[in-house]
Write a new protein. Structure first.
Length: 291
């Protein structure tokens, strides 16, 4: 599953849901949590379930962000949503991978009731929103069931820490959040799943978004969250290998065609990590082109 761009859509807005049908995002996240007032959640659940049933397979992969696992709202979310068979569920504020093991059992009970195969619905946790969650990122080295990707967030973590801000006067993350970001990236790679960069909150700041998305791609993230439709094209471009990237990768692979452990290209020495990186670029480009 390619997850370069994941666009949040409030599940209680029929207008925004309809507009999202034409989005070039790789995935939509129909939100039942932060962007939906508690009083609107029953109606939002019905809209989300109907949308998933009618739109699955027609465009972006459809995820639903449920409420925190231990809440009654989450139980109601699963009751309404699982039968529609979304591609995945985004899980906010899990304190550890152990929470997702329990969540797997909860989903499985609904899958069985609806005649769905166990494990078909994947899980994407926002894995850094509480202090305990940050300390438990190391445990994703033993990934919980259904894990398809891992993302992180700074807003709820800042609130949990009692912080006045999570960014400096220039808009860069403060040290604590840079550390958490790096740990989340490493945790995703240790689990063998995609690492998704957090959102860029200022949707009018296209240049800032470009910088953030390109920096994330260089560091190893494979995609990024979006909170506005206008952000999707910028994010897709940042996480799609360019023509120059692909051509260079082909040259690197060709340089190793004789089976040597090292090679040279344009006067520079290459070794196995360069080959692996080139093969990854070509595989990703082929996967995107073949969609």
């Amino acid at each position: 599953m390619i997850l370069r761009s994941l666009l949040f859509v409030p599940a209680d807005s029929e207008k925004k849901l309809a507009k999202a049908k034409t989005s070039p995002a790789d995935a939509l996240i129909l939100d039942l949590e932060d962007s939906v007032a508690a009083a609107n959640r029953p109606a939002a659940r019905k809209l989300a379930a109907a949308y998933v049933k009618s739109e699955s397979g027609k465009g972006p992969a459809l995820f639903v962000r449920v409420n925190p696992v231990e809440t009654a709202d989450c139980a109601a979310d699963l009751e309404a949503i699982v039968g529609a068979a979304p591609a995945g569920l985004v899980v906010p504020k899990p304190d550890s991978p152990g929470v997702l093991i329990e969540f797997d059992r909860m989903i499985a009970a609904h899958e069985a009731r609806h005649g769905l195969p166990r494990g078909g619905i994947k899980v994407l946790p926002v894995a850094s929103e509480t202090p305990a969650a940050v300390l438990n990122l190391m445990h994703y080295v033993n990934p919980p069931p259904r894990l398809v990707a891992l993302t992180w967030g700074a807003e709820d973590l800042a609130a949990s820490l009692g912080a006045a801000a999570n960014r400096d006067e220039n808009g860069a993350f403060l040290f604590t959040y840079k550390v958490v970001r790096s740990l989340a990236l490493i945790a995703a790679k240790a689990a063998g799943v995609q690492a998704i960069e957090t959102l860029h909150a200022d949707f009018r700041d296209e240049k800032g978004l470009q910088r953030a998305a390109r920096a994330a791609q260089r560091e190893g993230f494979t995609g990024m969250l979006a909170i506005h439709p206008a952000q999707v094209e910028v994010i897709n471009a940042a996480f799609t290998p360019s023509t120059d990237d692909v051509e260079h990768a082909k040259k690197v692979v060709a340089a190793f065609a004789n089976g040597a452990g090292v090679a040279s290209l344009d006067g520079k020495m290459l070794d196995q990590p360069h080959l692996k990186q080139a093969e990854h670029i070509l595989a990703l480009a082929a996967q995107i082109a073949g969609r």
